[in-house]
Design a protein around this ligand. Structure first.
Ligand SMILES: [Zn+2]
Length: 385
């Protein structure tokens, strides 16, 4: 039996993410087995070590809802690197996983990697052969022959989509991912590269084995088609209209925000270096659309889209666009876990769940910037840093 107690000035507890002062956690065999409301009145059992984090704040381990292991947006020409050989991409994946975990990401949802690198890494992480977030994976991302999707593979016609969907399922993926639109700089007419029939086939295959579907979808007709086909989660939604916000809400679907590609100027100008003014115009449109979605209170997760170790910054952007601090925190913890269907085992500090914890200097419910001040990371009860 491997047991110890974690103690801190403040803890963000339960699915409701309520702050509690002077609480403590008994951790045993990687799980939270008991939550102490007030450590002052607890008699520490003999032989149990107490790890005291002083004035720090303990939150649930963070969940990056949109990640690609081998795509590292921090590197020069990162999109071209998606053509690298399998070994090179795998080496990169092992590095980004470590970086993410050190930044407090104890679980990550992978939206497509070539060569089933995500499926391989998920297994290796689980077996303790590599260090990184626990993974929720989609295998090969499916794009159309003529469409966007650097990390995806080309497909044409419903039967080709069905074939890869089944291969993904056979490899043991947790969900299926397709690419409908471009990223940004997509207005005024937002191309939609998949037909409704192609989408429906993917949804049908996912439903047949009770897994979910996600679609890279900036907006336009493609977004409506995703809803019609029954896609569970819309990624990016940079150009979502007020009417579409209403429909997503009514139909109870998820969205995942990846704001950096529009709000981080360095990245934004990378996409269109000769048209700074155009990019800034885009940024304005995107901010308006994302704020509208946040105001419409859609269920959301937050992701980095390959900006590894940058989840805290994404959370800050979403806060800046109008989301309440608790909702932002939920978007990278409990709601993220629900979206990933791993909320039975992680995503909040609840008795019985994995001891996935992040120790911060300050309270993110007071200021989301606090997420950048990671002091310690615990995954499945193991102190990682
Ligand atoms: Zn992506």
């Amino acid at each position: 039996m491997d047991a110890y107690i974690v103690k801190a000035g403040k803890m963000i507890l339960g699915d409701g993410l309520e702050a509690k002062e002077n609480a403590g956690l008994l951790i045993e065999n990687g799980k939270i087995v008991k939550i102490y409301d007030n450590m002052a009145s607890v008699e520490i059992p003999a032989g149990i070590e107490v790890v005291d984090y002083g004035d720090s704040v303990v939150i649930p381990g963070m969940i990056d809802c949109h990640n690609h292991l081998a795509l590292d947006a921090r590197l020069e020409n990162h999109l071209v690197k998606m053509e690298d050989c399998e070994a090179e991409q795998t080496i990169r994946a092992i590095k980004t996983m470590k970086d993410d975990l050190m930044a407090g990401v104890t679980t990550a949802r992978c939206l497509g990697d070539r060569f089933y690198i995500d499926v391989t890494c998920k297994k290796a992480q689980k077996e303790g052969r590599i260090t990184g977030p626990k993974l929720v994976v989609s295998g090969i991302g499916m794009r159309s022959t003529h469409g966007h999707g650097y990390v995806g593979m080309p497909h044409c016609g419903p039967e080709e989509f069905r074939k890869t969907a089944r291969e993904n399922i056979a490899r043991g993926v947790d969900f299926l991912k397709v690419f409908m639109t471009k990223v940004i700089n997509a207005t005024p007419f937002i191309y939609h590269f998949l037909t409704l029939d192609e989408l429906k086939v993917v949804v049908e295959e996912a439903k047949s084995v009770n897994i979910t579907t996600a679609c890279h979808c900036s907006g336009g007709q493609g977004l409506d088609d995703c809803l019609t086909a029954g896609i569970d989660c819309l990624e990016h939604v940079y150009y979502i209209t007020p009417q579409q916000v209403e429909r997503v809400k009514r139909e109870d679907r998820w969205v995942v925000y990846t704001p950096s590609y529009a709000l981080n100027d360095e990245l934004l100008f990378k996409f269109s270096p000769h048209d700074k003014e155009g990019s800034l115009r885009e940024k304005e449109i995107i901010c308006r659309c994302l704020s509208g979605a946040i105001e419409g209170e859609l269920k959301f997760g937050i992701g980095t889209d390959g900006l590894h170790a940058g989840l805290a910054q994404e959370a800050c952007y979403i806060s800046g666009l109008g989301a309440k601090n608790r909702d932002v925190l939920a978007g990278i913890t409990i709601n993220a876990a629900r979206l990933c269907r791993v909320d039975e085992s992680t995503g909040s500090i609840v008795e019985g769940k994995a001891a996935d914890l992040v120790v911060l200097e300050k309270d993110p419910l007071e200021n989301v910037e606090a997420l950048k001040g990671v002091k310690s990371v615990i995954q499945d009860g193991v102190v990682i840093r």
